[in-house]
Design a protein around this ligand. Structure first.
Ligand code: BT5
Length: 321
């Protein structure tokens, strides 16, 4: 721990009672001026620290942002080993890819409070203003590349379960959108490299809208976006920890037993069940039209059409009038 972190932990431990600058200085073996500087640096990171004559410093609130140290202390121990970043970046998926290529181990996570080049699937943009959380995790599943399609669904399920642990009631739009009240609250982007028969690494990127962007200078919220804070009172570090725990749990079940073990949970949250849909392939060509009935054990969407039950591997779903 750095001296700044020791100061922070002392503030946390002292709670509402607070701790005096002199006590901190003595226990750390530094001057009171040095303590004041660390407090200033923590305030610059977004920690709200009160200073009252007599009672000293009091930690009033931690930043409402995905700082690695605030997320790490809320995580279930075990799976996520390295958390980095936490401020602005281009794209956490890009950052995580660089780490994965350099050999980062499974369980490494890059976090950001905003992205300047956030990306969705197929070259689309992911609006990433302050108030959301953006993170990408390095996974190294020992499976053939074809199985990664269902990992995207497993991750979406893990996010839904994480949101439920906070009191929200999300639904899933196949393949990997997470909805709240009909709007998109989170999106998932998987990128990977693989040999012919084995995945080398997968970067799982998740963007979640927490607070509605309020500032005039923020970019327009994406049309159709939903915001978690509209229905659930949770701070960003808490949200990120819940989603990471949800993803770790779903991923662990997926690696142990495959998507088949998650199918029931996925289907029970499927927003499009028994709804008339049109599914286009990633090339834009219509693959199936009919009633969405669920997903199969490989995560393919089952569409009951005039030709019978058509399983669709990848694509975009639109509702039919
Ligand atoms: C996704 O793509 O939903 C995947 C989004 C993944 C974003 C994360 S953030 C961390 C990591 N780093 C990255 O650079 N990316 C990942 P797709 O299914 O293609 O949906 C994209 C579409 O969603 C856009 O074309 C918009 O219509 C809509 N959209 C964009 N920003 C949104 C937002 N913040 N909230 C809701 N919808 C949004």
């Amino acid at each position: 721990m750095t001296t700044r972190e020791v100061v922070l932990e002392a503030l946390r431990a002292s709670g509402a009672a607070g701790v005096s600058g002199q006590t901190l200085a003595t226990s750390l073996g530094v001057s009171r001026v040095a303590v004041g500087k660390h407090v200033g640096a923590l305030r610059a990171e977004g920690y709200e620290i009160g200073a009252l004559p007599g009672s000293g410093y009091t930690l009033l609130s931690v930043p409402d942002a995905p700082l690695p140290r605030e997320v790490a202390r809320l995580l279930r121990p075990g799976f996520w080993t390295h958390l980095v970043g936490g401020k602005e970046t281009g794209s956490t998926n890009e950052d995580a890819r660089v780490l994965a290529r350099a050999g980062a181990e499974e369980g490494t996570v890059v976090l950001a409070s905003r992205q300047t080049a956030g990306r969705g699937r197929l070259g689309r943009t992911w609006e990433s203003p302050d108030g959301g959380a953006y993170f990408s995790a390095v996974l190294r599943p020992s499976v053939p590349p074809a199985e990664i399609a269902s990992l995207a669904l497993a991750v979406a399920l893990g996010i839904a379960e994480g949101l439920e642990s906070l009191g929200a009631t999300p639904t899933l739009k196949w393949p990997n959108d997470v909805l709240l009240g009909g709007g998109k609250v989170a999106g998932v982007l998987l990128e990977m490299t693989a040999e012919a028969d084995r995945v080398d690494w997968v970067v799982v990127g998740v963007g979640v809208n927490v607070r509605r962007p309020a500032d005039q200078d923020e970019r327009e919220p994406a049309p159709g976006a939903a915001y978690l804070r509209d229905s659930v009172d949770a701070r960003v570090p808490e949200v990120v920890a819940a989603l990471l725990d949800g993803v770790a749990s779903a991923y662990t079940r997926w690696t142990a037993s495959g998507f088949a073990a998650l199918r029931g949970g996925y289907e029970s949250r499927l927003a499009l069940r028994d709804v008339a849909v049109r599914v286009s392939g990633l090339d834009g060509v219509v693959r199936a039209e009919g009633m969405a009935r669920g997903v199969d054990a490989d995560g393919r969407l089952l569409v009951e059409s005039e030709q019978g039950m058509v399983p669709v591997v990848a694509g975009e779903v639109t509702l039919r009038a």
